[in-house]
Ligand binder design. Sequence first.
Ligand SMILES: C[S@@+](CC[C@H](N)C(=O)[O-])C[C@H]1O[C@@H](n2cnc3c(N)ncnc32)[C@H](O)[C@@H]1O
Length: 251
Amino acid sequence: MVTPAIPPLYRDADFNGPLSDAHAARLVRDLDSLEGRRVVDIGCGWAELLLRALESEPTATGLGIDLGREAIEHGRANARARGLDERVELVVGDVGAWSGAHADVVVNNGASHVWGGDPVEHTVNALEAVSAMLAPGGRFLFGECFWLREPTEGELAAMRDVPRAQYRFLPDLVDLALSHGFRLRALSQASLEEWDDFESRHARGWEEWLLDHPDSPDAAEVRARADRHREFRVRGARSTIGLAYLSLIRV
Ligand SMILES: C[S@@+](CC[C@H](N)C(=O)[O-])C[C@H]1O[C@@H](n2cnc3c(N)ncnc32)[C@H](O)[C@@H]1O
């Protein structure tokens, strides 16, 4: 395992996913009034979306949880710099070992895998867990992948054998959410431009590191990692995997 000091993703990307500023603002708006609400972001990364939700409503409070210590520390520094640290708690922890918390609004964005288990079950696991956390009227912003079209065998192989059954087509993802006690308040998806922007930012740290360290003993492994990331995207995910943002209401 290589551990060279590659720039962290948050140096280049605002969100750890394909999301523009304007789209993030729309997602926060679609949560409706956050007045006095507690927003819980599960698998929050450095919690940028949670911080933007709290910035939109001065009486809202928040909790974010993520396994990544560095990401959480970066989120805490951002919260302090933006005067939000009194209203947000960012916790390093494994969601699988977490007993839950009161939430009026839950965010789980690009992180349905945090509950663990078989990848084929990730979407259901997330819907079940969040459904159990929310009272009727509670809100859930669920950012989850779906198949844009049927992937070919070659594309699945380029994505290192992502199980075909891990994702669904969009109408089936919506139906699955509804079958877990939700109504759909709003729906959008990451654009190709948002994806390309995110993935290019993702690649940047590796490519810069390779330019700066051509003779490092770690170079071959970092190059292989960057190559795998590019192949996954260019030969597989770019034309087959979408990210849907489902704004859901617990019924
Ligand atoms: C693709 S990132 C999404 C981050 C964030 N939701 C965002 O949109 O910027 C997935 C996150 O899930 C976190 N994660 C993975 N397994 C986890 C677990 N068992 N408990 C808590 N967080 C976990 C990772 O550390 C990572 O930050």
